[in-house]
Design a protein around this ligand. Structure first.
Ligand SMILES: Nc1ncnc2c1ncn2[C@@H]1O[C@H](COP(=O)(O)OP(=O)(O)O)[C@@H](O)[C@H]1O
Ligand SMILES: [Mg+2]
Length: 255
Protein backbone atom coordinates (compact mmCIF):
# COMPACT_ATOMS: atom_id res chain seq x y z
CA UNK A 1 0.00 0.00 0.00
CA UNK A 2 1.44 3.36 -1.01
CA UNK A 3 2.03 5.67 1.92
CA UNK A 4 0.62 8.52 -0.13
CA UNK A 5 -2.61 10.21 0.87
CA UNK A 6 -4.83 12.76 -0.80
CA UNK A 7 -3.87 15.72 1.39
CA UNK A 8 -6.36 18.50 0.70
CA UNK A 9 -7.18 21.70 2.52
CA UNK A 10 -10.91 21.59 1.93
CA UNK A 11 -12.26 18.09 2.04
CA UNK A 12 -15.69 17.63 0.51
CA UNK A 13 -15.79 13.93 1.29
CA UNK A 14 -13.82 11.88 3.81
CA UNK A 15 -14.43 8.18 4.08
CA UNK A 16 -12.75 6.20 6.81
CA UNK A 17 -12.96 2.59 7.93
CA UNK A 18 -15.86 1.92 5.60
CA UNK A 19 -16.77 -1.76 5.37
CA UNK A 20 -19.77 -3.31 3.69
CA UNK A 21 -21.10 -6.83 3.92
CA UNK A 22 -23.91 -8.60 2.09
CA UNK A 23 -24.92 -11.26 4.58
CA UNK A 24 -21.71 -13.01 5.57
CA UNK A 25 -19.74 -11.81 2.58
CA UNK A 26 -17.63 -8.71 3.00
CA UNK A 27 -17.58 -6.73 -0.27
CA UNK A 28 -15.63 -3.73 1.00
CA UNK A 29 -13.02 -3.76 3.74
CA UNK A 30 -11.84 -0.72 5.68
CA UNK A 31 -12.18 1.78 2.81
CA UNK A 32 -10.56 5.16 3.24
CA UNK A 33 -10.60 7.99 0.72
CA UNK A 34 -10.74 11.75 0.41
CA UNK A 35 -12.20 14.05 -2.23
CA UNK A 36 -11.12 17.68 -2.02
CA UNK A 37 -12.93 20.77 -3.25
CA UNK A 38 -12.71 21.05 -7.03
CA UNK A 39 -11.03 17.66 -7.37
CA UNK A 40 -11.76 14.74 -9.62
CA UNK A 41 -10.89 11.57 -7.76
CA UNK A 42 -11.18 8.19 -9.37
CA UNK A 43 -11.49 4.70 -7.98
CA UNK A 44 -10.44 2.12 -10.52
CA UNK A 45 -10.74 -1.62 -10.27
CA UNK A 46 -11.97 -4.67 -12.13
CA UNK A 47 -15.47 -6.07 -12.25
CA UNK A 48 -16.65 -7.22 -8.82
CA UNK A 49 -13.99 -5.27 -6.91
CA UNK A 50 -16.63 -3.48 -4.85
CA UNK A 51 -16.75 -0.15 -6.69
CA UNK A 52 -20.53 0.17 -6.86
CA UNK A 53 -20.74 -1.08 -3.29
CA UNK A 54 -18.43 1.74 -2.23
CA UNK A 55 -20.47 4.43 -3.99
CA UNK A 56 -23.79 3.09 -2.78
CA UNK A 57 -22.51 2.96 0.80
CA UNK A 58 -21.30 6.57 0.58
CA UNK A 59 -24.69 7.61 -0.76
CA UNK A 60 -26.70 5.49 1.68
CA UNK A 61 -28.17 3.58 -1.25
CA UNK A 62 -27.17 0.00 -0.44
CA UNK A 63 -29.77 -2.69 -1.07
CA UNK A 64 -31.62 -4.12 1.94
CA UNK A 65 -29.16 -6.97 2.20
CA UNK A 66 -26.15 -4.66 2.44
CA UNK A 67 -24.82 -3.37 5.75
CA UNK A 68 -22.11 -0.80 6.14
CA UNK A 69 -20.06 0.46 9.04
CA UNK A 70 -17.51 3.21 9.21
CA UNK A 71 -17.38 6.94 8.75
CA UNK A 72 -18.62 9.04 5.81
CA UNK A 73 -18.02 12.73 6.36
CA UNK A 74 -19.43 15.21 3.86
CA UNK A 75 -18.54 18.88 4.29
CA UNK A 76 -17.31 17.96 7.75
CA UNK A 77 -20.57 16.36 8.81
CA UNK A 78 -20.99 12.66 9.59
CA UNK A 79 -23.67 11.59 7.10
CA UNK A 80 -23.50 7.81 7.45
CA UNK A 81 -26.43 8.03 9.86
CA UNK A 82 -28.57 10.03 7.43
CA UNK A 83 -31.07 8.53 4.97
CA UNK A 84 -30.37 8.98 1.28
CA UNK A 85 -32.86 11.86 0.89
CA UNK A 86 -31.02 13.97 3.44
CA UNK A 87 -27.70 13.27 1.76
CA UNK A 88 -29.16 14.35 -1.59
CA UNK A 89 -30.58 17.56 -0.15
CA UNK A 90 -27.14 18.40 1.25
CA UNK A 91 -25.71 18.22 -2.26
CA UNK A 92 -24.53 14.64 -2.70
CA UNK A 93 -25.55 13.09 -5.99
CA UNK A 94 -25.04 9.62 -7.44
CA UNK A 95 -25.46 8.68 -11.09
CA UNK A 96 -25.89 4.91 -10.79
CA UNK A 97 -24.67 2.30 -13.24
CA UNK A 98 -28.24 1.87 -14.44
CA UNK A 99 -28.98 5.40 -15.55
CA UNK A 100 -32.62 5.28 -14.43
CA UNK A 101 -33.99 7.67 -17.01
CA UNK A 102 -37.67 7.95 -17.87
CA UNK A 103 -37.64 6.44 -21.34
CA UNK A 104 -40.98 7.73 -22.58
CA UNK A 105 -40.42 11.26 -21.30
CA UNK A 106 -38.71 13.97 -23.33
CA UNK A 107 -35.08 14.85 -22.67
CA UNK A 108 -36.06 18.22 -21.27
CA UNK A 109 -38.65 16.72 -18.91
CA UNK A 110 -36.07 14.28 -17.58
CA UNK A 111 -33.82 17.25 -16.87
CA UNK A 112 -36.60 19.17 -15.12
CA UNK A 113 -37.18 16.13 -12.90
CA UNK A 114 -33.55 16.42 -11.83
CA UNK A 115 -34.47 19.72 -10.20
CA UNK A 116 -37.56 18.34 -8.48
CA UNK A 117 -36.05 18.36 -5.03
CA UNK A 118 -35.03 22.02 -5.38
CA UNK A 119 -38.52 22.87 -6.56
CA UNK A 120 -40.05 21.09 -3.58
CA UNK A 121 -37.67 22.92 -1.26
CA UNK A 122 -39.23 26.15 -2.53
CA UNK A 123 -36.32 27.34 -4.66
CA UNK A 124 -37.82 29.76 -7.14
CA UNK A 125 -35.02 29.49 -9.64
CA UNK A 126 -34.86 25.71 -9.50
CA UNK A 127 -34.43 25.51 -13.27
CA UNK A 128 -31.43 27.83 -13.34
CA UNK A 129 -29.05 25.04 -14.39
CA UNK A 130 -30.95 24.12 -17.54
CA UNK A 131 -29.08 26.46 -19.87
CA UNK A 132 -25.79 25.46 -18.25
CA UNK A 133 -26.57 21.78 -18.93
CA UNK A 134 -27.52 22.58 -22.52
CA UNK A 135 -24.23 24.46 -22.91
CA UNK A 136 -22.28 21.46 -21.65
CA UNK A 137 -24.30 19.06 -23.78
CA UNK A 138 -25.43 20.80 -26.98
CA UNK A 139 -26.65 17.42 -28.22
CA UNK A 140 -29.22 17.33 -25.45
CA UNK A 141 -30.42 20.77 -26.45
CA UNK A 142 -30.88 19.64 -30.05
CA UNK A 143 -32.84 16.66 -28.79
CA UNK A 144 -34.73 18.36 -25.99
CA UNK A 145 -38.16 17.24 -27.26
CA UNK A 146 -37.05 13.70 -28.08
CA UNK A 147 -38.03 10.77 -25.82
CA UNK A 148 -35.11 9.70 -23.62
CA UNK A 149 -35.59 6.08 -24.69
CA UNK A 150 -34.69 6.95 -28.28
CA UNK A 151 -31.27 8.41 -27.41
CA UNK A 152 -28.00 6.65 -28.16
CA UNK A 153 -26.01 5.16 -25.26
CA UNK A 154 -23.71 8.15 -25.12
CA UNK A 155 -26.55 10.65 -25.19
CA UNK A 156 -28.31 8.75 -22.44
CA UNK A 157 -25.19 8.98 -20.31
CA UNK A 158 -25.05 12.72 -21.02
CA UNK A 159 -28.67 13.01 -19.97
CA UNK A 160 -28.01 11.12 -16.74
CA UNK A 161 -25.14 13.47 -15.87
CA UNK A 162 -27.13 16.51 -16.98
CA UNK A 163 -30.06 15.50 -14.83
CA UNK A 164 -27.74 15.13 -11.85
CA UNK A 165 -26.38 18.63 -12.45
CA UNK A 166 -29.91 20.09 -12.40
CA UNK A 167 -29.87 19.43 -8.64
CA UNK A 168 -26.75 21.64 -8.28
CA UNK A 169 -24.71 18.99 -6.43
CA UNK A 170 -21.47 19.78 -4.64
CA UNK A 171 -20.35 16.19 -4.89
CA UNK A 172 -21.05 14.26 -8.06
CA UNK A 173 -20.50 10.51 -7.92
CA UNK A 174 -20.44 8.66 -11.22
CA UNK A 175 -20.62 4.87 -11.43
CA UNK A 176 -18.80 3.76 -14.59
CA UNK A 177 -19.97 6.49 -16.96
CA UNK A 178 -17.98 4.89 -19.81
CA UNK A 179 -19.67 1.51 -19.53
CA UNK A 180 -20.79 0.20 -22.90
CA UNK A 181 -19.83 3.34 -24.83
CA UNK A 182 -17.69 3.63 -27.94
CA UNK A 183 -14.20 5.10 -27.40
CA UNK A 184 -14.99 8.40 -29.12
CA UNK A 185 -18.06 8.94 -26.95
CA UNK A 186 -16.07 8.02 -23.85
CA UNK A 187 -13.61 10.73 -24.79
CA UNK A 188 -16.40 13.25 -25.15
CA UNK A 189 -18.03 12.36 -21.83
CA UNK A 190 -14.72 12.47 -19.98
CA UNK A 191 -13.91 15.80 -21.54
CA UNK A 192 -17.15 17.19 -20.14
CA UNK A 193 -16.57 15.67 -16.69
CA UNK A 194 -13.19 17.33 -16.73
CA UNK A 195 -14.78 20.66 -17.67
CA UNK A 196 -17.11 20.39 -14.67
CA UNK A 197 -14.12 21.08 -12.45
CA UNK A 198 -14.42 24.75 -13.42
CA UNK A 199 -17.96 24.90 -12.09
CA UNK A 200 -16.76 23.99 -8.60
CA UNK A 201 -18.32 20.54 -8.35
CA UNK A 202 -16.16 17.79 -6.85
CA UNK A 203 -16.33 14.45 -8.62
CA UNK A 204 -15.82 10.91 -7.41
CA UNK A 205 -15.46 8.78 -10.50
CA UNK A 206 -15.70 4.99 -10.43
CA UNK A 207 -14.28 3.29 -13.48
CA UNK A 208 -13.00 0.10 -15.04
CA UNK A 209 -11.58 2.25 -17.82
CA UNK A 210 -8.48 3.15 -15.80
CA UNK A 211 -6.70 4.99 -18.55
CA UNK A 212 -9.52 7.41 -19.35
CA UNK A 213 -10.31 7.97 -15.67
CA UNK A 214 -6.75 8.66 -14.53
CA UNK A 215 -6.19 11.04 -17.44
CA UNK A 216 -8.74 13.52 -16.09
CA UNK A 217 -8.26 12.86 -12.37
CA UNK A 218 -6.24 14.63 -9.71
CA UNK A 219 -5.97 11.60 -7.51
CA UNK A 220 -6.69 7.91 -7.86
CA UNK A 221 -7.34 4.79 -5.82
CA UNK A 222 -7.10 1.20 -6.91
CA UNK A 223 -9.69 -1.16 -5.47
CA UNK A 224 -9.08 -4.90 -5.64
CA UNK A 225 -11.50 -7.47 -4.21
CA UNK A 226 -12.86 -5.06 -1.63
CA UNK A 227 -9.54 -3.61 -0.53
CA UNK A 228 -7.78 -0.41 -1.46
CA UNK A 229 -4.53 -1.73 -2.87
CA UNK A 230 -2.87 1.44 -4.07
CA UNK A 231 -3.38 5.19 -4.22
CA UNK A 232 -1.61 8.27 -5.46
CA UNK A 233 -1.68 11.35 -7.60
CA UNK A 234 -3.29 10.38 -10.89
CA UNK A 235 -0.26 11.25 -13.01
CA UNK A 236 1.97 9.15 -10.76
CA UNK A 237 -0.44 6.19 -10.78
CA UNK A 238 -0.57 6.29 -14.56
CA UNK A 239 3.15 5.58 -14.59
CA UNK A 240 3.18 3.06 -11.76
CA UNK A 241 4.48 -0.27 -13.12
CA UNK A 242 1.95 -2.24 -11.06
CA UNK A 243 -0.96 -0.18 -12.38
CA UNK A 244 0.32 -0.35 -15.94
CA UNK A 245 0.71 -4.10 -15.76
CA UNK A 246 -2.61 -4.84 -14.08
CA UNK A 247 -4.90 -2.17 -15.50
CA UNK A 248 -3.44 -0.20 -18.35
CA UNK A 249 -1.70 -3.25 -19.81
CA UNK A 250 -4.84 -5.34 -19.51
CA UNK A 251 -6.74 -2.87 -21.67
CA UNK A 252 -4.20 -3.51 -24.41
CA UNK A 253 -4.47 -7.26 -24.15
CA UNK A 254 -8.24 -7.21 -24.39
CA UNK A 255 -8.27 -4.83 -27.35
N1 LIG B 1 -26.92 -7.03 -3.51
C1 LIG B 1 -25.88 -7.85 -3.37
N2 LIG B 1 -25.97 -9.00 -2.65
C2 LIG B 1 -24.91 -9.82 -2.47
N3 LIG B 1 -23.70 -9.60 -2.99
C3 LIG B 1 -23.53 -8.49 -3.72
C4 LIG B 1 -24.60 -7.55 -3.96
N4 LIG B 1 -24.13 -6.54 -4.71
C5 LIG B 1 -22.84 -6.83 -4.95
N5 LIG B 1 -22.47 -7.99 -4.36
C6 LIG B 1 -21.13 -8.61 -4.39
O1 LIG B 1 -20.20 -7.67 -3.88
C7 LIG B 1 -19.00 -7.70 -4.65
C8 LIG B 1 -18.75 -6.31 -5.22
O2 LIG B 1 -19.73 -5.97 -6.16
P1 LIG B 1 -19.83 -4.53 -6.82
O3 LIG B 1 -19.74 -3.50 -5.77
O4 LIG B 1 -21.03 -4.50 -7.68
O5 LIG B 1 -18.49 -4.50 -7.71
P2 LIG B 1 -18.09 -3.57 -8.94
O6 LIG B 1 -19.02 -2.40 -8.97
O7 LIG B 1 -16.67 -3.19 -8.67
O8 LIG B 1 -18.22 -4.42 -10.16
C9 LIG B 1 -19.20 -8.77 -5.71
O9 LIG B 1 -18.61 -9.96 -5.25
C10 LIG B 1 -20.70 -8.90 -5.80
O10 LIG B 1 -21.08 -10.19 -6.19
MG1 LIG C 1 -20.26 -1.69 -10.42
Amino acid sequence: MAKESNAVENAILQVDGLSVRYGKVEALHDGKLTVGAGQIVSVIGPNGAGKSTLLNAIMGALPQTGHSKGSVRYLGEEVSVLPIERRVSRGMCLVPEKRELFATMAVEDNLVLGAYRRKRAGERNYLDQLEHVFELFPRLKERRKQAAGTLSGGERQMLAVGRALMGKPQLLMLDEPSLGLAPLIVKEIFHIISALRQTGVATLLIEQNARAALQISDYGYVLETGEFALEGKADVLQHDPQVIETYLGLTKKVA
